[in-house]
Design a protein around this ligand. Structure first.
Ligand SMILES: [Zn+2]
Length: 262
């Protein structure tokens, strides 16, 4: 059996053989979005793929190409769509891309998949894409296709949070391009992090409502919503360890027939 993890690196014959033997498909979903002056715009796509690869090293899984564009960045969680480079999809476009890709997996014979979301704003539209796909698959008579969907950060343990945020956790939304993502990038892709460019802005403060068009002045000019200066690779190791372990356990709980690698 091929030990390659990425669908993109497999021949169709290898892919078919793996699928026929019950391999799980993991679909990472990210965004192309500003992540401050110190992180690359592909951060959400890279981190969702990195989590998927860590899981695929432990179980019989194939990592599909990441969906690298996400739903529109929002000021309170991603800085907003007004930043140069933040390149987003309409909600129905994203849902339909996911619907189509999931239906293709089912056509190949896949019956179990995991969707790993790495961009907060995608959440409801990943659900919509899955729901549309399952509804259409039922019309086609395929009723045994199952999807496990998750946001990887929900697998952070309290023990890790206490170590990564000794002064208190600001919440996942404000963590955009901050300690968690910067630490994970320092662990997985250190050559892509410019630590000298980490901004010194304070925590962003938003009112309890939104305004449209976006009040861009509410958002720090750097695009970073809470300070990233406490980030380091050791914290990234702790976070990545939680995600690899927690996501693998969830998959094996829901799909007990997936093989564990020795
Ligand atoms: Zn991000």
């Amino acid at each position: 059996m091929s030990d390659r993890l990425l669908m993109n690196e497999m021949s169709w014959t290898t892919y078919k053989e793996r699928i026929d033997k019950g391999a799980l498909i993991i679909l990472p979903v990210g965004a192309t979005e500003q992540h401050g002056p110190h992180l690359p715009m592909g951060t959400d796509a890279m981190l969702s793929t990195a989590v998927a690869l860590d899981v695929a090293k432990k179980i019989d899984a194939i990592v599909a190409p990441v969906v690298a564009f996400g739903y529109k960045s929002q000021p309170k969680m991603g800085g907003g769509n007004h930043f140069c480079g933040t390149t987003s999809l309409d909600a129905d476009t994203l849902a339909h891309v996911l619907r189509d890709v999931i239906k293709e997996f089912a056509r190949h014979g896949v019956r179990k998949m995991a969707l790993i979301n790495g961009h907060y704003e995608n959440m409801m539209f990943t659900i919509e894409g899955i729901d549309l796909a399952l509804r259409e698959l039922r019309y086609d008579g395929i009723k045994d296709f199952e999807v496990l969907r998750l946001e990887y950060w929900d697998f952070t343990t309290q023990e890790t949070l206490d170590k990564v945020f000794p002064e208190g956790f600001p919440g996942y939304a404000l963590e955009h391009a901050a300690v968690m993502e910067t630490s994970l990038m320092l662990h997985h892709f250190p050559h892509l992090v410019d630590e000298s460019a980490i901004p010194t802005d304070d925590m962003a403060h938003f009112p309890a409502y939104d305004m449209y068009p976006t009040r861009t002045g509410w958002v720090p000019c750097s695009g970073v919503l809470s300070p990233a200066k406490g980030a380091d690779a050791a914290k990234g190791v702790l976070l990545a360890g939680d995600y690899a372990k927690g996501v693998t356990e969830a998959i094996l709980k829901e799909f007990p027939n997936v093989k564990v690698k020795g």
